[in-house]
Write a protein that binds this ligand. Structure first.
Ligand SMILES: [Zn+2]
Ligand SMILES: [Zn+2]
Length: 257
């Protein structure tokens, strides 16, 4: 789904780091990369991913990009497609990449007249003894956790945007507005609201995060019969579980604005 559209320079600036990252990830999986591949060189850190002659990164990228040229210096690239073609061009990785120290990488490139490319360091997560400081599973796990935090942060922002908007529209203080997503666990809108808030005007906001739409139900101060609803924290907090028909577990039906 992701599509890049822009000039060669822009492609290089934005997609170049992704390409280098792919090479680093693939090269990390090379089993025996503990020392530089140059005969007699025992240097083990840092090691760069030297592209073997004829398989340098700019050539690989240019070959793939030629299919996506839509105008003079304008490219439109399906990034998923680019990624899988780029990976395919690096398989098997031992035929494309030589782990080398900086000195021997430069010497290799010079000898074979390989054009300059930004170095890709393949052992930045390796300690002095040459052991990985993270396993592949660790890295995958961390990366999925990072994505989850991003999703969570985005959700927070959309809820705070909605609150801002409704607060202005209804001229209601933000602490008198409660926004709920549809819960992943029970499929209902869940609200836990401090009882004291219902002494003043209060707005429930039923947010459908998939459709990105919401409905509002407003109550004047002291107009809601709280004893009908569930409670927690010794009755300090009133709990609401609201279904798609805006009906609470207790049977109470919210009237929507
Ligand atoms: Zn090189
Ligand atoms: Zn070396």
């Amino acid at each position: 789904m992701a599509v890049f559209k822009g000039t060669l320079r822009e492609f290089n600036d934005y997609v170049g780091p992704l390409a280098r990252n792919i090479v680093a990830n693939m090269a990390r999986k090379l089993k025996a990369h503990t020392t530089c591949r140059e005969k007699g060189c025992n240097k083990r850190k840092p090691l760069e991913a030297a592209h073997i002659k004829g398989k340098d990164r700019p050539t690989i990228i240019a070959t793939i990009l030629s299919d996506y040229k839509i105008d003079h210096d304008l490219y439109e690239v399906d990034l998923e497609e680019f990624k899988s073609k780029f990976i395919a061009q690096h398989q098997p990785i031992e035929d494309v990449i030589l782990p080398m120290c900086k000195e021997h990488h430069l010497a290799y490139d010079k000898k074979h007249k390989i054009e300059s490319e930004l170095p890709v360091v393949i052992d930045e997560l390796v300690n002095e003894e040459g052991q990985n400081t993270y396993t592949e599973a660790d890295l995958e796990n961390i990366s999925s956790l990072e994505f989850k935090s991003l999703e969570k942060a985005i959700k927070k922002f959309s809820i705070s945007d909605i609150k801002d908007k409704i607060s202005k529209e209804l001229n209601l203080a933000k602490q008198q507005i409660s926004v709920s997503n549809i819960s992943d666990s029970n499929g209902l809108w869940n609200f836990d609201i401090n009882k004291s808030k219902f002494a003043q005007d209060f707005a429930f906001v039923f947010y459908d995060q998939k459709a990105q739409t919401y409905k509002i139900s407003i109550f004047e101060g002291n107009s809601l019969e709280l004893s009908n609803f569930g409670e927690k924290n010794d009755g300090q907090v009133v709990r609401f579980f609201v279904d798609a028909n805006y009906q609470d577990k207790s049977g109470f039906k919210f009237s929507i604005q």
